[in-house]
Design a protein around this ligand. Structure first.
Ligand SMILES: *[C@@H]1O[C@H](CO)[C@@H](O)[C@H](O)[C@H]1NC(C)=O
Ligand SMILES: *[C@@H]1O[C@H](CO)[C@@H](O)[C@H](O)[C@H]1NC(C)=O
Length: 313
């Protein structure tokens, strides 16, 4: 059987051999090679799944488009005292230029100062001299809870209180010593619900619903301490692979010392929880070292080959 030619070559034209050769007809309906295109990083795949879960549960995304934040919104508004070790440069990246935030809401700041230094709203406060210079210091935000504080303050400034469900998934920065599971920047996933008369039961129910949608059903809650929530609970899940309970998140009910200076009504409670985006992504994609997921050591082939993320399976 004579082989059919597929390409016309310069030699065929030079020698004139093309006149005798059989050519294969063009198939104009053949599918072409798939063009090279972009690939989503595993973190982005898990992020879009988490965002989908929040949207299904009726949550609205909060704006988190500022990596630089003042100490006021990052710590003071969250009732974290100015001597707290997290506010040390060993834990937090402070900015040199611009070193200070120009504008802070004056009347709200006066209430925050009072609750820290003298107490109020049934609280003794921390009884120390609160300094505005400390609150003005700019930093790279250490958690997205600073964005939640801004969102709750806006909510409190509305004429009439309306219940809300907010979420955010964005990057935060801490001066951590780097190892296989820690980097100086990572993503925080956060959910916040504000309504009248919310209890710890509502928080546990919301967490069960959220983690079930993530494919995590065996949950346990353990009392914990956070500066800005009371009560607080760490969330553990049974890991079938590791055969032990692992921490999957942190949660709590925001303290009145945080909510009442903002001007939220007395019987409004705010429940909240947070987790990192990196940990579930590493578990989902079987990555043991975070430096293979983020940074200059990332193998692009891993990004190309990483499958779709389905959290419910
Ligand atoms: C980070 O912390 C280390 C000590 O743990 C300190 O030496 C260093 O200056 C800090 N980095 C910044 C940018 O603050
Ligand atoms: C909360 O307070 C408002 C205004 O004082 C009142 O109308 C509402 O019934 C209260 N809600 C609950 C659940 O106690």
């Amino acid at each position: 059987v004579a082989r059919q030619e597929t390409d016309l070559t310069p030699e065929m034209i030079a020698t004139g051999s093309w006149r005798q050769l059989p050519f294969k007809p063009y198939n104009f309906s053949a599918l072409g090679l798939p063009p090279a295109c972009g690939h989503l990083h595993p973190l982005l795949k898990v992020r879009s799944q988490l965002r989908q879960i929040f949207l299904e549960m009726g949550f609205t995304e909060m704006p988190t488009d500022n990596f630089v934040e003042s100490s006021f919104w990052n710590f003071d508004a969250l009732f974290q005292p100015q001597q707290h070790p997290a506010r040390d440069q060993h834990d937090t990246f402070f900015l040199q230029d611009p070193a200070e935030a120009p504008e802070l809401p004056a009347s709200y700041m006066a209430k925050v100062k009072k609750v820290h230094s003298q107490g109020g709203y049934g609280s003794q406060g921390y009884k120390y001299e609160w300094k505005v210079e400390e609150a003005r210091k700019n930093l790279l935000r250490t958690h997205t809870t600073s964005a939640s504080a801004r969102a709750l303050y806006h909510l409190a400034c509305q004429e009439k209180f309306t219940p809300v469900k907010y979420f955010s998934i964005d990057r935060v920065f801490r001066n951590e010593s780097l190892d296989a599971t820690h980097l100086a920047e990572f993503h925080q996933v956060e959910g916040v619900v504000a309504d009248r008369g919310l209890t710890l039961g509502h928080l546990m129910g919301t967490l069960r619903e959220f983690f079930t949608k993530l494919g995590i059903t065996k949950l346990r809650f353990k009392p914990a301490y956070n500066p800005y929530t009371e009560p607080s609970m760490e969330v553990f899940s049974y890991h079938e692979g590791l055969k032990k309970w692992v921490e999957v998140g942190n949660s709590g009910v925001f303290r009145p010392e945080l909510l009442l200076p903002m001007g939220l009504p007395e019987n409004v409670s705010v429940i909240a929880w947070g987790l990192s985006l990196e940990r579930p992504t590493m578990i989902k994609y079987g990555i043991n070292n975070i430096r293979e997921l983020v940074g200059h050591r990332v193998n692009l082939q891993m990004v190309y080959d990483s499958p779709l993320c389905r959290l419910d399976t």
